[in-house]
Structure formats: C-alpha cells, structure tokens
Design a binder for this molecule. Structure first.
Ligand code: NDP
Length: 239
C-alpha cells in the first residue's frame, strides 16, 4: 500500500538485515529511500551513500549526498545502524564500551542532529530509532549494548519535546529476537531456550520490524511521538 505523503528517508545500516527490510518496505510504500553504511554498498533497487555514524563529517556528507540523490530535503531518518561487542562487564574493555556507545547511541544522536535541519526545512517529518528489547529488559553480557539502546528512548522523548510542535515525530522501535545473520549464529540449544521465554514461541522476521517502522513513518502515525513500539512477540511486556 502506498503512503499519501512520499517522504524521502535515509536508513542507516540499510544495506543488510533489518535495515534492508526497512528500506525495502519504505520504498514499496512509495517513499524515496537512500541507505547508508560504511561499505556504501547499494542493495538492488536502492540508492546508497557511504556513511560512518561515528564520524560527524561523514554523517553531514552522507545527508548532503542523499539529498542530492532524492532532490529534496530529507523528510525522515531511520537510525538503524548498530553493533554488538558482548562480554561480561568485569571483562569488558574500554574499546568495547566506547565502540558500542559511539555507534549505537552517539551515532544515532549525530544522525538525528543532522536530520532535524532537513526535517525543519521539509516542514515536518519522522525520526525512528531502532533500539532493542534488551534496552529495557536487560541482558547479561550486554551492559554496553543495553545502555546504548536504552539511551535511544531518552533521545526520542527529548526530540519529541524539542520538535513536537513542528510536525516532527520521534519514536523508538524495540525488536526482540529477530531471524537475522546475528541470531543465525546462535547454537540451536540457546535458540530453543530463547523461544521458550518468548510468548509468541518464535523469533520475529525482519519484515515484522519493517512493518512497525513503516507505520511510524506513515501519515497515519502523525500523532504518535516519544513512543516505544515493541516488536518482540511479547518478550519485553511491561517495560
Ligand atoms: P547487521 O549487523 O546485519 O547490520 C548492521 C548494519 O549497521 C549494517 O548495515 C552495517 O553496515 C551498519 N553499521 C554498523 N556500524 C556502522 C557505522 N559505524 N556507520 C554506519 N553504518 C554502520 O544488524 P541487524 O540487521 O541484525 O540489526 C540492525 C539493528 O537492529 C541494530 O541496531 C541492532 O542493534 C538492532 N536489533 C537487532 C536485533 C536482531 O535480532 N538482529 C534485535 C534487536 C535489535 P556496514 O558494516 O557496512 O557499515
């Protein structure tokens, strides 16, 4: 189904996994989409720019390039780029703490900061931050990752208070365990254990995450801001 307002959107980390599903879903809904990643890889049928969210100059250049490609100010940002560097806290290195926070949290802030300029010029728009169930539920071995993902909630809510009156919304989507390359690598025993605690009894699909993001980008979600939308089969209920 196409959305009445085509909104040019940059999807960070949109060249594979969840980001690619989001980018494809938004394109199919009628939005001009550009994906950004360090490799600058362009999946079939999508425009791409080189983007390193840990580098402000790269973020600025990527947005400028994306706007050249679509020929208009961006009307949406999906901050999806993310990494993990799991380790029990007592063994976690400074590098692993810094890298995860700098990519997942500060990277999203850098992108949101640049995006707000475009969204103001576009007289409105959408920011969607891809978090994780782990941000509010917690997870052993993921103190760095959980902190980075919980921080995104504060980002969306502060942006909502800063920009809510300018027809700009900022929301968080919090996926649970999703079938991706990342979860594919888990031992079958562990996957079985996880399925046992997910009320839906299964992992989610990238398309199910993309559908929630697509809704938040759509005109129908104009009055939803500062929300955390779980896509986790019920795993994180109550948080
Ligand atoms: P992938 O590892 O498949 O993809 C990560 C993406 O982020 C890639 O496109 C990668 O591209 C990009 N990326 C990483 N670092 C940077 C950087 N510094 N600058 C720009 N782009 C970067 O991850 P998933 O698809 O599994 O996850 C996507 C998001 O969803 C992440 O934020 C993750 O935390 C979150 N999530 C995933 C879950 C899952 O089960 N898979 C569950 C809950 C949340 P490149 O390497 O080319 O830069």
């Amino acid at each position: 189904m196409t959305d009445p307002t085509p909104r040019p959107v940059l999807v960070t980390g949109g060249n594979r996994g969840i980001g690619l599903a989001i980018a494809t879903h938004l394109r199919d809904a009628g939005h001009p989409v550009v994906v950004g990643s360090r490799s600058g890889e362009a999946p079939e049928g999508l425009d791409a720019v080189t983007l390193d969210v840990t580098d402000t100059a790269s973020v600025d250049a990527a947005f400028t390039e994306a706007e050249k490609i679509v020929g208009a100010p961006l009307g949406g940002l999906v901050a999806n780029a993310g990494i993990t560097k799991d380790q029990l806290l007592m063994r976690m290195s400074d590098d692993d703490i810094d890298a995860v926070l700098d990519t997942n949290l500060v990277g999203a802030i850098r992108c949101a900061r640049r995006a707000t300029k475009s969204l103001m010029r576009a007289k409105g728009g959408r920011i969607v931050l891809v978090s994780s169930v782990v941000g509010l539920y917690g997870s052993p071995g993921q103190v760095n990752y959980a902190a980075s993902k919980a921080g995104l909630v504060g980002v969306a809510r502060s942006l909502t208070r800063e920009l809510g009156s300018r027809r700009i919304t900022a929301n968080v989507v919090a996926p649970g365990y999703i079938d991706t390359a990342m979860t594919e690598e888990l031992p079958e025993e562990l996957k079985e254990k996880y399925r046992g605690v997910i009320p839906a009894g299964r992992f989610g699909t990238t398309d199910e995450v993309a559908a929630a993001v697509g809704f938040l980008v759509s005109d129908a979600a104009a009055y939803i801001s500062g929300a955390v939308i779980p896509v986790d089969g019920g795993l994180g209920m109550g948080h």
